[in-house]
Write a protein that binds this ligand. Structure first.
Ligand SMILES: *[C@@H]1O[C@H](CO)[C@@H](O)[C@H](O)[C@H]1NC(C)=O
Ligand SMILES: *[C@@H]1O[C@H](CO)[C@@H](O)[C@H](O)[C@H]1NC(C)=O
Ligand SMILES: *[C@@H]1O[C@H](CO)[C@@H](O)[C@H](O)[C@H]1NC(C)=O
Ligand SMILES: *[C@@H]1O[C@H](CO)[C@@H](O)[C@H](O)[C@H]1NC(C)=O
Ligand SMILES: *[C@@H]1O[C@H](CO)[C@@H](O)[C@H](O)[C@H]1NC(C)=O
Ligand SMILES: *[C@@H]1O[C@H](CO)[C@@H](O)[C@H](O)[C@H]1NC(C)=O
Ligand SMILES: *[C@@H]1O[C@H](CO)[C@@H](O)[C@H](O)[C@H]1NC(C)=O
Ligand SMILES: *[C@@H]1O[C@H](CO)[C@@H](O)[C@H](O)[C@H]1NC(C)=O
Ligand SMILES: *[C@@H]1O[C@H](CO)[C@@H](O)[C@H](O)[C@H]1NC(C)=O
Ligand SMILES: *[C@@H]1O[C@H](CO)[C@@H](O)[C@H](O)[C@H]1NC(C)=O
Length: 569
């Protein structure tokens, strides 16, 4: 009897194994292209072990005849992915085919009750999510992001008691957001962003478990309306760290988030929020908020002072805020208050401290001038104060308001800065002269006067104009229209048109460049016994290029001006 049982069991096991094996071969038939060859080369019908498991098949883990995991991420597979052929899998726990070019719909998935991890992200799956998904009681992670799914999310998500991560972002799902959210309870990460969900966010007492477990909730870029937490106020989020509701049509006032003590990132930008700025978000408190984005709303009233020691990034641009600039900036690195109705003296920024890297105050009604202060703003990289009513001088010390990096060696100007910079940013002169930390600078549409400090003259004309008609440029004419490829701005400032710059970079490829550079080096060696010798003025331009671009010089430029590798100091 025992023997018979054993034999029966073995037969059953083998038969099951056989069916998993066959199903995988069936699945493979749907794949049209496999650029890496990983699947096509290894998924071989002959490679079956005695337990009915395929051997050494790429991405397949099989135990005792049962496939437990299929992981085919990032292999560039093109073709159809047939869910129905997987319907018989009894032990499949992982199915992950992220970032391929697979198409298909989710069907019959409900029969794979063993699934714990389902990741179809970044493919071309389409259709709606079948109600069968609700049968996946073991599912922990469901990632359908970046596909072409549509329709409403079925009811029954409440049955998914193990679900922790739900990522549906970048699809075309629709329907009332609460009909989905109200079903969830033990989740920690929910991303429904960039879909077409509608309705209003009304989490409250009814969702106690959800509210206490959720850490990351991103419902940005949808069609949500109404007030935030209209009924019960801000729920007692015990764990919430990231909350992003930006790019919706939320109205009403910003609720105080003061009891949400774990909140690090709060983004409510691009809605129709009104009322005043909740002071608690900017002030030193028990909150640990590091990023606050309330831009593109209808907020009114004063900004108040920023005393928070955790806040690093504050963006309240494009509102209707009024009153003076905040007297202090806490520990903020980025402060964007542009496009508001702020008034009063710009000199209030002199107390904004040593943490600030980016200041954007353009398009307000600020008056006064830039503070002449030496010790502040050591980390400043961007200062944009255009379109205000500022006047007075641009203090020379501005040019040193930046993280000074010692630049002594040739071509030290960091590549990154060249890429970050605006089109017309001239590339500096002899390294060592200029602080190179300040990357963004814009004082246009004001009424500054006097001379542009030497250290600021590297910024493009658009940093100063329009406006500022009384500002004079010590080293170069304010208009460079119709300028030649390289404009000699004397004193070692050079400016190249972007298109030509690209052409120059492209031109560096090839032997001609190498030969030219070699001859240049030889020229240096033979004609330049002492370092720092001056040459006649008219010959400075390609020296400037040499300093700026290092080896990325086209041979034609070098060949045109072979005797000009001079050093201006
Ligand atoms: C994939 O599905 C499409 C449409 O159902 C079909 O035309 C095509 O032949 C299938 N490709 C493979 C390799 O099965
Ligand atoms: C399933 O995938 C998860 C995440 O990639 C991994 O941690 C786990 O080990 C996998 N389990 C199996 C059985 O392959
Ligand atoms: C879902 O997949 C995308 C793309 O593969 C990935 O970036 C994202 O982190 C995944 N989401 C979760 C919750 O694991
Ligand atoms: C929320 O989702 C949007 C769109 O998918 C994304 O750009 C944004 O970075 C996410 N927000 C956070 C805080 O992760
Ligand atoms: C602030 O938000 C606006 C609008 O969302 C955006 O354009 C701007 O780049 C943001 N500012 C900073 C400094 O990130
Ligand atoms: C300048 O600011 C005003 C509001 O102060 C705004 O209406 C106008 O569009 C801004 N101009 C530019 C060019 O940004
Ligand atoms: C701005 O403040 C500075 C320094 O406190 C002061 O010298 C200047 O007169 C003020 N300008 C205006 C327009 O109030
Ligand atoms: C600009 O400033 C000068 C003095 O620096 C002043 O005479 C002039 O009236 C100002 N112009 C405007 C439009 O405020
Ligand atoms: C430019 O900045 C450098 C470095 O701080 C400084 O030594 C130099 O004096 C400045 N030049 C001018 C003209 O302000
Ligand atoms: C760059 O400078 C040219 C002429 O000097 C001007 O026409 C153009 O608008 C500038 N571009 C930017 C982005 O400032």
């Amino acid at each position: 009897m025992q023997t018979i049982c054993l034999i029966l069991l073995l037969v059953v096991v083998a038969a099951l194994g056989q069916s998993d094996f066959k199903a995988l071969l069936e699945l493979r038939k749907g794949f049209e292209e496999d650029p890496s060859g990983k699947v096509f080369d290894s998924w071989d019908s002959k490679a079956m072990a005695s337990d009915g498991c395929p051997q050494t098949w790429y991405g397949v883990i099989c135990v005792n005849g049962h496939v437990v995991s299929i992981t085919l991420n990032d292999v560039g597979l093109v073709g159809n992915f047939s869910f129905p052929v997987l319907a018989g899998f009894k032990m499949l726990r992982n199915l992950s085919v992220s970032n391929n070019q697979l198409t298909g719909t989710i069907s019959n998935v409900g029969s794979i009750g063993s699934l714990e991890f389902l990741d179809l992200s970044s493919n071309f799956f389409h259709g709606s999510v079948p109600s069968g998904v609700a049968k996946l009681k073991n599912l922990v992670i469901l990632n359908l992001s970046s596909n072409n799914f549509e329709g409403t999310v079925p009811s029954g998500f409440g049955n998914l008691k193990s679900l922790e991560y739900l990522d549906l972002r970048h699809n075309s799902f629709s329907g009332d957001i609460m009909s989905l959210l109200s079903q969830l309870d033990n989740v920690v990460h929910v991303d429904l962003s960039s879909n077409q969900f509608s309705g209003s966010l009304d989490l409250g007492l009814g969702n106690a478990i959800f509210v206490s477990s959720i850490k990351y909730l991103n419902i940005s870029h949808n069609y949500l309306v109404g007030k935030l937490f209209a009924h019960d106020g801000v729920p007692y989020f015990d764990s919430l760290e990231v909350f992003d509701v930006s790019n919706n049509q939320i109205t009403g006032a910003i609720p105080p988030f003061k009891f949400v003590v774990s909140l690090r990132i709060l983004r409510l930008g691009s809605n129709q929020l009104s009322g005043s700025l909740p002071e608690a978000l900017l002030q030193d408190s028990s909150m640990v908020l590091t990023e606050l984005d309330l831009s593109l709303n209808q907020l009114e009233g004063p900004v108040g002072s920023i005393t928070s020691t955790t806040l690093r990034k504050l963006n309240i641009s494009s509102n209707k805020l009024s009153g003076p600039l905040p007297a202090t900036a806490g520990h903020c690195a980025t402060i964007d208050l542009s496009n508001n109705m702020l008034t009063g003296n710009l000199s209030r920024i002199q107390n904004w401290g040593n943490y600030v890297e980016v200041i954007q105050l353009s398009s307000n009604s600020l008056t006064g001038t830039l503070p002449h202060q030496t010790s502040q703003f050591l980390r400043l990289t961007t200062l944009k104060i255009s379109n205000n009513s500022l006047n007075g001088d641009l203090p020379p010390v501005l040019g040193t308001y930046s993280e000074l990096k010692p630049t002594t060696s040739l071509g030290k100007l960091p590549l990154q800065e060249v890429h970050d910079s605006r089109e017309n940013l001239s590339l500096g002169s002899l390294p060592g002269d200029l602080p190179d930390g300040l990357k963004g600078f814009d004082v246009s549409s004001n009424n500054f006067s006097g001379e542009v400090p030497d250290n600021l003259s590297r910024f493009p004309d658009s940093s100063f104009h329009p406006g500022n008609s009384l500002l004079s440029f010590p080293y170069f004419p304010s208009s460079t229209k119709g300028s030649p490829a390289l404009v000699n701005l004397k004193g070692g400032r050079y400016r190249m048109k972007p298109a030509i710059k690209i052409a120059l970079i492209a031109g560096m490829v090839g032997a001609a460049t190498i030969i030219a550079l070699l001859s240049m080096v030889i020229y240096y060696r033979t004609h330049w016994p002492t370092h720092g010798t001056r040459s006649s003025k008219g010959d400075e331009r390609s020296e400037g290029v040499q300093q700026e671009e290092g080896p990325s010089i086209s041979s034609s430029i070098i060949n045109k001006t072979p005797s000009q590798f001079t050093c201006t100091t």
